[in-house]
Design a protein around this ligand. Structure first.
Ligand SMILES: [Zn+2]
Length: 296
């Protein structure tokens, strides 16, 4: 009888257990592993199996490491589709407009659901009616002090906001004077800014880099055309985008297209989960590791 051979399985078991222990002790997380470019699913699985005491450590459960942040804009005014969005069984981000009848209610409910909350800050567009902007809008005619005051009041009005994105704003996101003030307030408050990219001349990315803020951009609008077929085509674009990128930010809306967007999104969850995991947009901001950002 070969004693060495006989004891080998236990020896391997011990080695694996010790390896897992070391990983736990040094706080080794799957995320840290992913950042170093190694396969995180295997590691996650080994840790899980060790916890259960099983020896099937190499069974591989595929969990996408790519990340998808779905932002739903225009909450805060009892908009059509809000209920369906709040009932979604995956993590979303809702962007809530300030100073409106359901601002506080929507922000609180979303937070309780575990969603990320953004302040959806109304900003002057190049075109479009001023009446679409809503109260407290950032206009190009405001002085520096007025811009700062409006941004601060709007942040205070939306509980649990971890960041800001723009409602409309094609004019303001190209205005360096105003965006600089908005981003300064973001930085002071520990928030980040998501550029909805309503203007390809936006200077938000450049300013974020200069100020040491994370740069988070929208990639795909889901419901510019409010038909289920059109929204499904946009979802298809999200899936394609994720095949060649590590993460995707996509924006849909409550309101006019609300129920359709919610319905197509819900039907697409399984398909999208094959490409990526649903995350809050703060997860993408946090990943950039900017030191001044305080995130939940
Ligand atoms: Zn909006």
């Amino acid at each position: 009888m070969n004693n060495n051979f006989k004891h080998r399985p236990n020896f391997y078991k011990l080695k694996l257990t010790m390896a897992a222990l070391v990983l736990v002790m040094i706080g080794y997380t799957p995320k840290a592993e992913a950042e170093q470019g190694a396969p995180s699913a295997t590691l996650m699985h080994i840790k899980g199996e060790q916890a259960k005491g099983s020896s099937a450590a190499l069974v591989h459960t595929e969990q996408p490491t790519k990340k998808l942040a779905v932002i739903i804009d225009d909450l805060g005014n009892n908009m059509v589709g809000t209920e369906q969005i709040m009932a979604m069984p995956v993590k979303l981000t809702v962007a809530v407009m300030p100073f409106l009848p359901s601002t506080e209610k929507d922000a609180r409910l979303a937070h309780e659901k575990g969603f990320d909350v953004l302040l959806h800050l109304p900003m002057e567009p190049k075109q479009g009616r001023a009446s679409w902007l809503g109260p407290g809008a950032i206009l190009s005619s405001l002085t520096d002090a007025e811009v700062r005051s409006r941004v601060e009041k709007a942040i205070d009005n939306v509980p649990y906001a971890v960041g800001i994105n723009n409602h409309m704003g094609s004019k303001i996101t190209a205005d360096e004077r105003i965006m600089s003030i908005v981003l300064d307030v973001c930085k002071e408050r520990g928030l980040f800014f998501v550029d909805s990219k309503t203007n390809y001349r936006s200077i938000v990315g450049k300013l974020c880099r200069a100020k040491g803020l994370p740069q988070v951009d929208n990639h795909i609008f889901l419901d510019d055309v409010a038909s289920e077929a059109a929204i499904a085509r946009q979802i298809e674009k999200v899936a394609e985008f994720l095949k060649i990128h590590e993460s995707c930010v996509t924006i849909g809306h409550v309101g006019h297209s609300g129920k359709k967007t919610a319905s197509v999104l819900r039907q697409s969850i399984e398909k999208l989960q094959k490409e990526a995991q649903f995350v809050g947009v703060s997860d993408l901001a946090r990943e950039q590791g900017k030191p001044n950002i305080i995130l939940p």
